[in-house]
Design a protein around this ligand. Sequence first.
Ligand code: GLN
Length: 256
Amino acid sequence: MADSAPATPGSTLRVCALYPDLMNIYADRGNLIVLERRCAWRGIGFQLFSSSLGEPLDGGEHDLFYIGGGQDRDQRLCAEDLIENKREGLRAAAARGAIVLGVCGGYQLLGHSYALGEEEIPGVGLLDVRTVREDGPRLIGNVAIEASLDEMDANAEERVLAGFENHGGRTYLAEGQAPLGRVLKGYGNDGRSGVEGARTANTIGTYLHGPLLPKNVWFADWLISRALGLGPGELAPLEDGIERQTHRSARQAAGV
Ligand code: GLN
């Protein structure tokens, strides 16, 4: 890979993984590896921290917070801890513009709640969404969406995110809450609305596993730039032959 790409001097991406031991299904930890590699290839520093059950969270110390997908059982444990130990830190981080990225179960926890029958698992309320586990099948399969990331300096192909979804919960956006994108193939938030994920400034939730970033490295770069406060085009390009092929086959799997 391009190890001679110009560095972005002096910058270090500081990433905090939330509950990496519990919220990590479908190889979601691969997302962290992609961030690390793409920084290293450009000479950008990378520091990975984690915060799990019972550990505090300092919202001022990291540029990107990441929470992956999980089983309902693990989500329950994390939800309690998130409210008790991390909600304020996470809110402060989002308010100062840090990236907060949640995948699937992590996305659900960034909303207000996840209702399973009588039970309601609370979320941190950074996204104005509610998730409900309704009767009906799990929403499973390959998925592709057209992301609406307005500040993006990219061609049309690069607006597509491809991945895999598997969720029992259906997520509903409040009026005024922007989705992450429009479903091209697959179920998305609820299998009906035609939209997927949610985004408020730098807080982003999505159902796309697979994992998300290895299949969509353009999006990894978008996250890195924003987390470091760089403008479009300021990240050195990499030789992405294999990565583009991976993206194409993920799209093909979804039929797009
Ligand atoms: N437990 C959640 C659901 O079934 C999230 C699943 C996941 O992260 N894949 O909806």
